[in-house]
Design a binder for this molecule. Sequence first.
Ligand code: TYD
Ligand code: MG
Length: 471
Amino acid sequence: MAKKKKEYECQECGYRTAKWVGCCPDCETWNTFVEVEKENKKETKSSRTREEVYAKPVNSISNENFERLKTKISEFDRVVGGGLTKGSLSLLGGEPGVGKSTLLLEICGNLAKNNPHGKILYISGEESESQIAERAKRLKVNCENLYILHETLWQNILEVIKKEKPIFLVLDSIQTTVSAEIMSASGTVSQIREVTYELMNHAKAMGITCFIIGHVTKEGGISGPKVLEHMVDSVLYFEGDQNNYYRLLRVHKNRFGNTFEVGIFEMTETGLNEVVNPSLYFLEKSFEGAYGRSITTILEGTRTIFVEVQALVTENKYGNGRRTTQGIDNNRLAMLVAIVEKYFEIPLSFHDIYLNVVGGIKLDKRDSDLSIIASILSSYYSKPLDETTIFLGEVGLTGEVRKVSMLESRLKEMDLLKYKRLVTSKHITEEIEKKYNLEVLKIEKVTDLKKVFVKYQPNKQNEYQQSEKVN
Ligand code: TYD
Ligand code: MG
């Protein structure tokens, strides 16, 4: 028997070589080559031949194909731009256990309920039929027109698709599906590329709306070649922390809508619930007189969400204080601590600082700088901050407070939720200020934060005894 020929394939971009190499000559990533069997697909000529084609004026093209399939899960429909476009192919990525299968099974259930005359097909190569049925029972997804298939071979899946002619299908996951045409193992670049290509061609021809689930790599991207993300119409990521119940659905690419919206869900015992009104979802009432906490707002898509930043500053006699953070980058805290040390003249190297963003939210934008500093000062001076005050502003290295983006939409939400005061940069127009029923304390330098603390009776060590009066 002739020996099977081997070659090596980059798992990042699909580049093939006859010999193993450490660094891919094409995409320059390291240690991505695995041994695969040589592809001996016969060279075939393209089936297309030359024909007459014409370009059309843009206004003459109707967009009747843009019909949307609504899931009636409003958070989901909003994120994908008002429902799934019929015949589109989408990709959902996320960490293991975050709830990808749960979300798509719920979507299947809703679509099945709303489209009683169409079939919905859930194909899983990861879980057995009884496991999925058990989960469906828990999620109360029990429509007659929802079909389950446990299969990993693409050719068998295709036969079922042709037979059942579903209107919507889910493939869970692309990494477990293999094509008999390709000799390499499941999850390799060539398998992923082949199965996606096949699915895309058949689904588009039959007008089936499809969702594929993709595993993520250590770095957080969807594993497999980038070409996978190029091929599909939309790419969504489901994010969340194992220790928290909330989940965020983000769009990274959308050919039929914007990529700005974020959907917020909560994982419960009976599946995912949408958080339709998330503004105050991450806040809890604290006891009176609690210090080391302040409230800021972040933007998730077009939504304004209020989050609490907690700091604990304790003395460390030996210097070289420890910094422990949750929800913000350690380097960013180091920078903000340096700003406090310099401009407030506080020796924070003799203090340990613990910083936590409540609810597992990540503060990756600079507009929460002012709130982080306010929390640190509040803990250092053991002075509580008013619960109805919002801190919003980026702090520069020279101690200046900078303006934040989309201030007006944040102000609107603060006003709506009866917050009383906003501490922010001086770059806020009087016109906007007057529009809302909020007291705005405009500060130019970070040291002006002292004005906020003056309101409280200083204790014996308080250095604010001589500080200026509130203007
Ligand atoms: P799953 O959808 O299997 O995650 P993925 O497909 O992304 O790997 O979700 C798994 C987790 O969700 C599991 O740890 C348990 C939790 N879960 C609930 O808390 N409630 C539920 O109703 C379901 C179905 C799952
Ligand atoms: Mg799963």
